[in-house]
Write a protein that binds this ligand. Structure first.
Ligand code: SF4
Length: 149
């Protein structure tokens, strides 16, 4: 037991990986239903913001940057997502998301300023519009958001 050591990560960030919803507007056959069935009740905005506030306080106390990676499901479907990512951004935190890119172009134009990274996932069987996916990529490319697909 004497050889067990505590590993303290040397990072200036407090990383949080948050699966906020298991709702999705696609139903890719290779996706597990736990990720897209919507059978888990989403937390309401108040609860999410309350928890975020706690994370913000802890990160500030520890002198770290809050870095939240949101996934799902399709996290952009979460009704209050705009205020969630805006809150993190306003508190100097970083937000990255994994998304199928299906939200309307105006949604991306409105929200990319709060995102520091987007992993766009392309689903060949379920994608509604390839041209829309390309348009979303262009919006991200034109912004300062780091995108990967
Ligand atoms: S888009 Fe992603 S979360 Fe949605 S069904 Fe496909 S693999 Fe699952």
């Amino acid at each position: 037991m004497k050889n067990i050591k505590l590993l303290i990560p040397r990072t200036d960030k407090l990383y949080v990986n948050w699966a906020l919803t298991n709702q999705c507007n696609y139903s890719c056959r290779y996706c597990h239903e736990d990720l897209n069935s919507g059978n888990i009740k989403e937390p309401n905005e108040g609860k999410v913001l309350y928890f975020l506030e706690k994370l913000i306080v802890i990160s500030k106390k520890k002198n770290k940057i809050l870095y939240v990676e949101f996934g799902g499901g399709e996290v952009s479907l979460y009704r209050s997502f705009h205020s969630v990512i805006k809150t993190i951004h306003q508190n100097n935190g970083l937000v990255t998301i994994v998304s199928n890119g299906s939200k309307r172009i105006s949604w991306w134009e409105e929200n990319t300023k709060y995102l520091s990274g987007v992993s766009l996932s392309y689903h060949i069987e379920d994608i509604k519009s390839e041209s829309h996916f390309i348009e979303v990529s262009k919006v991200l490319e034109a912004s300062r958001t780091r995108a990967s697909a």
